[in-house]
Design a protein around this ligand. Structure first.
Ligand SMILES: [Zn+2]
Length: 462
């Protein structure tokens, strides 16, 4: 009886099969589909895929071309060089044109064409890349780097795969095409992670994206076993610290006066077994949209030599990297007058009608002479004393290259070497140094660069 049922279903399939296929050909040939994004118009889609507007409208039975719904699919009639569903996603760190082409089963040339890339460098971190999905791609494949100790043949043996299958999976003409340093997919080894970095690296996060002038950038790398890790962001050495498990994190400030544009993020490391990996990718820095202000002070305090030596003095403290992390969670306001901010970070400044070639390196809290100043987080006082421009100044080391700095105090109530807790009164608001009236100048440093302090009062780092 069971056999008969199975046989009859087969018959039904055969009988209805050709009819079903005919229907598919008539109504919905297998053209690729594109998921409409916010900001798309029919013209932008027609231009991107080189389809006439009329064809797009007719084929998709679009009644009102001005009412496109983001998130809905639209068929791309006549686009025969690509298949599947085309979905935009932001380019992560740790992938390349090559690794994406391997994972999404599309030639590097077609991927470049789909994304209108003129150079692989255009795939900067955060670039909206179109990926053809739904075509059997597997994002959980293991990856290994071809090295002096690990050839494609050895990797195939390790993965229990045929070397030729492995070559084909990686779009190589033969095993000889696997060059040293290339990261290959290992069929049959399930492991998620960025495609241009070898397993066991399971995740790389760069926050925030896109990066804006004055940001504190957090780079976090997670893996399934220990390894050594180093890197550079915009020519600053990344100092990675170990968190729970095999997760490493680095905090790096981006200068508020850095020209908006494209910069490099490099990462390299070694696994315990001697395997080495490296990856470089372009990253975008956007303008902070900072304002302008003019300030009048005593002319002798504008001496460039004095400014330079005082900044160098401060940097001799704020560029030190303490491997211990003292702070926990969000920073609290250093001022009881927390909403009374008179001047924000990043504002381009002109002193005594000079050029706008400097910027405000902190936030100024108003409020009277003698208001208390609180430590915003746990840390160690590394400097407390008088400087000509900054007046009575205190520098607190919070560890991992993070510092907070306080200017113009009327009184200093801590000494170098003292540990402080959040809320500890470290001094009193004043008008000492280059100042126009009693206020607290509060400044934050990360990785040797001055950053937006409001971020530290708003978000939890790392
Ligand atoms: Zn200030």
């Amino acid at each position: 009886m069971k056999k008969f049922l199975a046989l009859s279903s087969l018959l039904l399939l055969v009988l209805f099969g050709p009819m079903g296929m005919a229907f598919a050909q008539e109504g919905q040939p297998e053209w690729p589909q594109y998921i409409i994004q916010a900001g798309d118009t029919l013209s932008s889609i027609s231009l991107r895929f080189n389809i006439s507007l009329d064809e797009l409208i007719t084929f998709n039975n679009i009644e009102d071309p001005n009412q496109l719904l983001a998130g809905t699919p639209i068929s791309l009639p006549g686009v025969d060089w690509i298949q599947g569903t085309i979905n935009p996603e932001f380019m992560p760190f740790g992938d390349s044109l090559r690794s994406l082409s391997r994972r999404y089963l599309i030639s590097p040339e077609d991927l470049a064409l789909l994304n209108r890339l003129s150079s692989p460098a255009q795939l900067y971190v955060g670039y909206p890349v179109l990926f053809p999905t739904g075509r059997g791609e597997d994002l959980s494949l293991g990856r290994a780097v071809v090295g002096p100790q690990t050839s494609l043949l050895e990797m195939a043996v390790f993965a229990g795969a045929n070397p030729w299958t492995m070559a084909a999976t990686n779009q190589l003409a033969g095993t000889w095409e696997a060059v040293r340093g290339d990261v290959l997919l290992q069929p049959g080894v399930a492991q998620s992670g960025p495609g241009a970095l070898p397993s066991p690296i399971s995740q790389v996060d760069v926050n925030p994206l896109p990066i804006v002038q004055g940001d504190t950038v957090v780079v976090r790398v997670s893996a399934e076993s220990d390894f050594t890790l180093g890197g550079e962001l915009i020519d600053h050495t990344l100092n990675f610290f170990k968190e729970e498990g095999a997760s490493y994190v680095a905090l790096q400030g981006v200068d508020a006066l850095l020209d908006p544009g494209f910069y490099l993020l490099d990462m390299e490391g070694d696994f315990a077994d001697g395997r080495h990996f490296s990856h470089t990718q372009t990253i975008q820095v956007r303008a902070g949209g900072y304002g302008f202000e003019t300030i009048t002070v005593e002319p002798e305090l504008l001496d460039p030599e004095l400014s330079r030596t005082e900044l160098e003095f401060l940097m001799s403290y704020t560029t030190v990297i303490t491997p211990e992390k003292y702070w926990q969670g969000i920073f609290q306001s250093p001022s009881p007058n927390e909403d009374g901010i008179n001047s924000y970070f990043g504002t381009r400044r002109s002193y005594n009608d000079g050029p706008y070639n400097v910027y405000h390196t902190g936030i100024d809290f108003g409020g009277g002479q003698g208001l208390p100043i609180y430590a915003p987080a746990s840390g160690k006082v590394v400097f407390a004393g008088f400087k000509d421009i900054r007046g009575n100044m205190t520098v607190i080391d919070h560890g991992w290259g993070v510092f907070s700095v306080y200017y113009h105090q009327s009184e200093i109530l801590v000494v170098a070497g003292e540990m402080v807790e959040p809320g500890h009164v470290i001094g009193m608001v004043g008008n000492t140094g280059r100042s126009e009236g009693a206020h607290l100048h509060f400044e934050m440093w990360a990785g040797g660069v001055i950053v937006e302090p409001l971020d530290w009062l708003t978000y939890t780092y790392p």
